[in-house]
Each structure stands twice: as C-alpha cells, then as structure tokens.
Write a protein that binds this ligand. Structure first.
Ligand code: MG
Length: 391
C-alpha cells in the first residue's frame, strides 16, 4: 500500500484533463495512461537511435536519448516517491521529456533552428509538445497522444514569451500560461527537470571517459568529484589500479548524493512554504532545487563538461558534420517536397513540415537520406572513430 500523496502532489483524480475529453479508465490513473501512451509512441522508440552526446555510429555503449530518458525516469521516480508525489506523472514526464529532440543532439537542433530562423525557429521543448499534441498519429479520435494537462505542462519545460503567447492564443489558460504570468510547474515537473541535469552530468562523464576524449585525471579538481574519489579510495584502496570500476563508483556516489540533496532540500522548502495544494505550489517560486553548495558544484561540473567534452575538437568536428547534414536535408526537402512522405509534402506550412520531418529522424536515417539526396558521405572518414573496447 502506497502512503497517501502529499497535499501539494498532483492528484490524478483531480487532473485538469485532456484536450479531447475521454472517459476515465477503471484500472489506471490518468498519468499511468499518459506514461503508457508515451512508451507505445513511435517517437519514443526513435530515441534509441538519437544522439545524446556521441553520434550513434561512434559506439554501441554510449547513452542514447532513450537510455538517458530511462535514467531520468529512474531518478525522477525515486525523488517523487520519497516526497510522496505522483510517481506515475513524474515517470510520464521523464520518458517524454526529450521526444522532440532532433537527430545528432544539440548540433542538429542548432542547425534546424538556423534553417527555421525566419519561420518561427525550432526548439526541442516545443517540438516535444508538438509530438505529443499532433505529430504522433495512432488514435482514431484525435491527433497526438492526447496527454493530460499535467504531463504536457511538464514536457513544456522552457518557452519564450513570444512562443508562450502563441500557444496561449490557441489554448487559453493552458500549458504556456505559466511563462506569461511567472508561475511554476508542478513539483513532479520541477523534479524531472533537476533529475535530467543530475543524470547527464554523471553519464556524460562516463561516456566522455569511455570515448577517450575526457582525461579522468582532470576530474579530480572538480568539487563534485575529487572528494568522492578520495572517499572511495580510502574505503577500497584496491580500486586505485582499476580506472573504470573506480570511476563508476565515484559517479554512482555523485549521482546519489545530488539526488538525495535535491530531495532533502525540496522537502525543507516544502515544509517552510507549506502550500495548501498543487495550485498554491504553482504560485510559489520553484521549490525543487539543489542546496546552494551543490548547485555551485553542479555549475562547475557543467562548465568543465562544456570545455573538456562538448567543445572538444573531435566532438566539434562531428557536430559540424551533423549540422551540414541537417542544413542540406532542409534545403533538399524544401526544393523537392515530394522526397518526403505525402502528409509532410502536402502540408500547408512546408517549412514547418520539413522541420517536423527532419526532427523526427534518427541519426542513421538522417545520414542515409543525406547520402541519398546529395550523393555525399555523411561523415568524413576522419570522423569514423576506432571503437573503444566493449566494457
Ligand atoms: Mg534530457
């Protein structure tokens, strides 16, 4: 028997509902249904072949958007359960949070945003909402997955004022409202946002070291990492010669420490503010936050990852090749829409349809299309890395 939900949790029995009303399910809460719709979606399966940091062909053991999303769901569920929140909702948001990502990670998104600059731009959070609100087409009565307000609210993590006003015009008082009136999302959504960061800070170190691009010796100077490494070595001196097992144990402790601190700090904030219900909580500034000392450590870690990994010359070269693919695909489909499936080719807004089509692609499908339409190799041979040993 689960403990009762906290007063500020999202109560599934009091959901604000779906855009197309549906009768309740006798066996599942609204947010359980949302989670299951996400897991059955095509966009979810595509995450398996979408880049997190390393492009799919660079190795079989790097995180993909799918394994990243599952890690985020796991951390989110722990946090939600510990705080007596709606665990199903947190899981649904986490599994859906990256559905709008383009192939090739942020490089793909940046290129698509440039292509769309004069036509409304491209942003992956908004795209995630477009996926669940319309682009997935599998139910007889509506386009999209017709998710509940609370799941959609969590998916729309960021939004510009201009975009928020456009959404608000179509859906008054809906998921974009909070970006206009400065209110917050549910605590479940806030926790997923934090869990996302905790997950990628840890797994990008793991993948960075595995790739050989990140020198593990450089990690010791980080306040989130160095002291934990000393702690592990003091407890397990035999790990000194075992780089990989030592690294994984330090990363495990780092993730756990951040997650537990997030939960404890959020619990303290909730006890102090004592919101009467979720709507009172939405009127407060975000309460799911790391304590200041750990926040500072996380910022230091993020900066380090930017300098040492995300801007590493080899990653930058791969990203440039990926941007080239996206730009060329965009140009090719705009000038020859019939190269796309009919429902995209015949859309009223061709450029948006091209962006939707490209955004939905996996890394390897985009690479194949690039080769088909331009005759060129998608990634020069200098960017075909020697695969690291399977560990
Ligand atoms: Mg993410």
């Amino acid at each position: 028997m689960n403990p009762p939900l906290a007063p500020w949790a999202v109560d599934p029995a009091r959901s604000r509902g779906r855009r197309h009303p549906e009768p309740p399910d006798p066996d599942r809460s609204e947010h359980q249904r949302d989670r299951e719709r996400v897991v059955h979606s095509t966009a979810f399966r595509r995450l398996m072949y979408k880049t997190q940091v390393f492009v799919n062909h660079e190795g079989d053991l790097f995180r993909t958007r799918l394994t990243h999303s599952i890690e985020v769901a796991q951390l989110s569920r722990f946090a939600a359960r510990t705080l007596r929140l709606n665990e199903d909702l947190a899981e649904a948001i986490a599994l859906a949070h990256d559905l709008g990502h383009t192939p090739f990670g942020h490089a793909g998104q940046d290129a698509l945003h440039e292509c769309m600059a004069a036509h409304g731009g491209f942003e992956h959070n908004l795209q995630s909402l477009r996926v669940v609100d319309g682009l997935e087409q599998r139910y007889p009565g509506f386009d999209g997955l017709n998710l509940s307000f609370e799941t959609r609210e969590g998916i729309l993590k960021h939004c510009s004022r201009r975009q928020a006003e456009l959404i608000e015009a179509i859906e008054p008082g809906g998921v974009a409202r909070r970006f206009i009136d400065g209110t917050s999302a549910s605590l479940e959504a806030q926790l997923v946002d934090q869990a996302d960061e905790i997950a990628y800070n840890a797994h990008d170190i793991d993948d960075g070291v595995r790739s050989g691009l990140l020198d593990p010796a450089r990690l010791d100077g980080l306040s989130a990492f160095g002291p934990l490494r000393q702690e592990v070595l003091a407890e397990h001196p035999a790990l000194a010669g075992q780089g990989r097992r030592l690294l994984l144990e330090v990363l495990r402790r780092m993730r756990t420490r951040q997650l537990r601190a997030l939960v404890a700090h959020s619990a303290q904030g909730l006890a102090d503010a004592a919101p009467a219900d979720v709507d009172a909580l939405r009127r407060l500034p975000p309460l799911a936050t790391l304590p200041p000392a750990l926040r500072a450590e996380a910022i230091e870690l993020k900066r380090f990852l930017f300098d040492a990994l995300y801007r590493h010359p080899q990653v930058a070269a791969t990203n440039e090749a990926a941007r080239e693919i996206v730009r060329e695909l965009f140009t090719a489909y705009c000038s020859a829409p019939h190269e796309m499936p009919a429902d995209f080719a015949e859309a009223d807004d061709l450029r948006r349809a091209v962006a939707d089509y490209i955004a939905g692609m996996t890394d390897r499908f985009a690479s194949r299309e690039y080769h088909r339409l331009t005759g060129r190799q998608p990634f020069p041979s200098s960017l075909q890395p020697a695969l690291s040993p399977l560990r």
